[in-house]
Design a protein around this ligand. Structure first.
Ligand code: NAD
Ligand code: TYD
Length: 348
């Protein structure tokens, strides 16, 4: 019996990872530690919440004593660390939360893993989930590999870069067994509607303006979240300690093209006249320090671990739209209360 700590399991990607692990590995005990910030939602996990190999613990990774005690209580064999403040726009208006959770919180987990495991590191693993945004911004050419130098621009990406460096430092200095993966933009069910795709699905549905930053020329690589969860499963079980794996969808889209595609799908699903949703597109002031382009070379994880995305963008986007349209109650609940305040502040 292995006991695995998954942090941030009530968030978007974390909930997919928890669901996959609880179902696929009945012989593991999965402990989900989450603070339940605005982005954490236990409703994302109703499918598995009653499983005997699953346990939820509410807590804050910034509280070092609490984290040490948790390691004493559960005697974890492995950690998959996803808990983070994750939205670039929020990092611009409130960087301190990002420094505390993403950097201090990660160091608290590293310290606890080090002190509880250092008698014998064998069979232990600290797996840190990171982002392609740490590599900075590309021009029209180029691609991020695992060797690309870090060059973060937003407080979010700088805090993630910092945590990645600390994870590597604990490996190099203390011999802590670690794996890091850096993934491109995820999309899919259960993503909080502050990120581009769910925000725009919700705005189209409710006939609200679609705030496109700048000229909409920024490019992102999009990966369906379940494909990311499968990559995490592989890297956790077969990744080599001390290694980094880039994960991407090989699926670059200019924002404005993606938004037009989404409008098209929504018109069909909502049985609206062709071109109706596009009329909601509104170009607004650009994001400060807006990275132009991300593109990721995921050949290492493909060659070494045999991972490849299984969803085409067409398929993934269709499934995502259907999920949001079928889960109106989920959307209503997460957009009540504080969401309205955030929306006012961000978009006026
Ligand atoms: P999310 O914002 O949806 O979820 C984050 C979760 O962490 C929430 O459940 C929240 O309650 C929890 N959390 C926040 N602060 C905490 C704290 N101090 N203590 C305990 N729990 C806390 O994020 P996500 O999009 O699911 O991203 C998960 C991870 O994957 C992050 O580390 C992020 O940097 C990384 N990542 C995200 C993407 C993406 O496109 N979303 C891409 C690559 C990497
Ligand atoms: P986002 O989903 O916030 O992910 P990230 O910034 O981590 O890549 O944004 C994706 C792209 O969409 C990014 O280039 C910013 C842009 N964007 C808008 O144009 N308008 C919006 O309201 C949001 C949230 C994002």
């Amino acid at each position: 019996m292995k006991t695995i700590l998954i942090t941030g399991g009530a968030g978007f990607i974390g909930s997919h990872v928890v669901r996959l692990f609880v179902k696929k590995y009945p012989e593991y005990k999965i402990v989900n530690l989450d603070k339940l910030t605005y982005a954490g939602n236990l409703e994302n996990l109703t499918e598995i919440e009653k499983e005997p190999n699953y346990e939820f613990v509410k807590g804050d990774i910034v509280d070092g004593d609490f984290i040490q005690q948790l390691f004493t209580d559960y005697d974890f064999n492995g950690v998959i660390h996803l808990a983070a403040e994750s939205h670039v726009d929020r990092s611009i208006s409130n960087p301190m939360e990002f420094i505390m959770t993403n950097i201090v919180g990660t160091v608290n987990l590293l310290n606890a893993a080090k002190s509880h495991w250092e008698i014998n590191f064998r069979g232990k693993l600290f797996y840190h989930i990171s982002t392609d945004e740490v590599y900075g911004s590309l021009g029209e050419e180029g691609i991020f590999t695992e060797e690309t130098a870090y060059d973060p621009h937003s407080p979010y990406s700088a805090s993630k870069a910092s945590s990645d460096h600390l994870v590597r430092a604990y490996h190099d200095t203390y011999g802590l067994p670690v794996v890091i993966s850096n993934c491109s933009n995820n999309y899919g069910p259960f993503q909080f509607p502050e990120k581009l795709i769910p925000l725009f699905i919700n705005n189209i549905k409710t006939n609200k303006a679609l705030p496109v930053y700048g000229k909409g020329i920024n490019i992102r690589d999009w990966l369906y979240v379940e494909d990311h969860a499968k990559a995490i499963d592989l890297a956790f079980h077969q990744g080599k300690s001390g290694e980094t794996y880039n994960i991407g969808g090989n699926n670059e889209w200019k924002n404005i093209d993606l938004i037009r595609k989404l409008c098209e799908i929504m018109d069909t699903r909502l049985e609206r006249k062709e071109g109706t949703s596009e009329k909601l597109i509104t170009f607004v002031k650009d994001r400060a320090g807006h990275d132009l382009r991300y593109a990721i070379d995921s050949s290492k994880i493909k060659e070494e671990l045999g991972w490849e995305p299984t969803h085409s963008f067409e398929q993934g986007l269709g499934k995502t739209v259907d999920w949001y349209l079928q889960n109106e109650k989920w959307m209503k609940r997460v957009t009540s209360g504080d969401y309205q305040k955030y929306y006012e502040q961000q978009y006026g």
